[in-house]
Design a protein around this ligand. Structure first.
Ligand code: UDP
Length: 403
């Protein structure tokens, strides 16, 4: 089939594109063309086997699938099985390792105490009072009721949110400089929502996520994408820039675009800004380098934010070699070729609303995903969004339905 004949065109083979293509092919039974700029499918979830060590790694940084959304969890498990991996992170502060995100073990180790769960709130409240004299509960969804001073309004930025919950010492040790390295802005200019991605617990639960289910695809993320895109009605064009072949496509094709929204409109209102990541890879002559999949480095003096050691992502696999692979993660401004994180600034929000207005005028064009919506989605949120677009926008336009 010639590319000009496809009535469904999906730009990008990351989660948004792959899920929508899967639905179009499997539920609508329609041919769909997937256009991918890179030389591989899967977007930033892409995984591969390192040839030297035989270890499965995530090229664009460690991805842990986690969700409490039953529909999404059931959907992905139609294609693959997940292992039982649970994400637990350590944070290296002043050359000592602490459980992270902050939980009772972190607090006791940091303050050299032996607090019980029911003593933490009073302890934290007295710390906050001496350091801050401001609200005690931080408005967090999992925060315990606290005995604290009268509240002074909800925190309006990352720093206020973190300090109102943790006090200054823990904030400065584990969050402040990591966040400056990650975002290159003063944490007072970031929204509280970025801090709220992480739990704060007054027990010994050190799970990185709040969610009900988590794991890593047993055969790697790329396998998930191969399965999503397996229907013969799906044609994937790798190494292909949509903007170069756009004129060849059917004029009234239904178009799902998962690239950056400003690029779609040729940056006519200006460029949205992004953070990107750079990974420095090293093969180490040890079977196990750091004993954990991720260790964070929150100090300003250390230029990277985390070290990833992917062998720990697959506890079910027996890696018998005596070498391991690690990746040091550096955060930097994106130059337009590899966007990862949308930046929540007023300027970006203003630009985004202009682009959204343009997008709303278009018929049969759906712009979404982390890049298209310019939203800090986790994987499960992207899948949810893809299913929603399919069910509420694409499916109603057709009468032929195959389950
Ligand atoms: N963060 C931090 N210290 C850490 C880990 C995270 O200050 O050791 C902050 C940082 O601002 C980061 C945010 O918490 O952007 C969310 O962290 P998460 O691990 O969810 O980020 P991601 O994995 O998406 O990069």
């Amino acid at each position: 089939m010639d590319i000009s004949e496809y009535s469904y065109v999906v730009v990008g083979s990351g989660l948004l594109g792959a899920v929508i293509a899967e639905r179009i092919a499997n539920q609508l039974d329609q041919p769909v063309l997937v256009i991918e700029k890179r030389d591989h499918i899967g977007g930033n979830c892409y995984s591969a086997t390192d040839p030297t060590t035989g270890i499965e790694y995530h090229k664009y940084g460690t991805h842990i699938f986690h969700t409490s959304n039953e529909k999404v969890w059931n959907y992905v498990r139609r294609f693959i099985t997940f292992n039982t991996y649970q994400h637990r992170v350590l944070s290296c502060y002043k050359n000592r390792l602490y459980p992270f995100p902050i939980n009772l073990a972190t607090i006791n180790q940091f303050y050299n105490r032996n607090l019980k769960p029911y003593e933490v709130e009073d302890f934290m409240a007295s710390l906050r009072q001496s350091q801050l004299g401001q609200r005690a509960d931080g408005g967090r969804r999992d925060a315990q009721p606290a005995a604290g001073p009268p509240t002074a309004g909800a925190p309006t930025n990352f720093e206020e949110q973190a300090m109102s919950l943790l006090g200054r010492d823990l904030y400065e040790a584990f969050f402040k400089y990591y966040t400056i390295k990650q975002w290159q802005v003063d944490p007072r200019h970031l929204p509280p929502a970025i801090f709220n991605r992480l739990p704060f617990r007054t027990n010994y639960d050190d799970n990185y996520f709040f969610d009900r289910w988590q794991g890593i695809p047993e055969k790697g993320y790329t396998h998930l994408f191969e399965r999503l895109l397996a229907n013969r009605k799906i044609k994937v064009l790798l190494d292909t820039d949509f903007f170069e072949i756009r004129h060849l496509l059917k004029k009234d094709a239904c178009l799902v675009y998962s690239g950056a929204i400003d690029r779609f409109f040729d940056y006519k209102h200006g460029k949205l800004s992004w953070r990107t990541l750079r990974f420095e890879q090293e093969i180490i002559d040890k079977a196990d380098y750091q004993g954990n999949s991720v260790i964070n480095f929150p100090e300003a003096e250390i230029p990277y934010t985390r070290i990833h050691e992917p062998r720990h992502l697959h506890p079910e696999k027996e890696y018998t070699g005596n070498k391991t692979i690690i990746f040091r993660e550096y955060s930097l401004a994106d130059q337009g070729d590899n966007p990862y994180y949308p930046i929540a600034s007023e300027d970006n929000q203003r630009l985004l609303s202009l682009y959204r207005k343009e997008a709303a005028q278009l018929k049969n064009v759906f712009i979404s995903g982390r890049l298209g919506d310019y939203k800090y989605y986790d994987m499960h949120q992207t899948i949810d969004r893809a299913l929603e677009i399919f069910e509420t926008c694409i499916l109603p336009q057709t009468s032929t339905i195959h389950v």
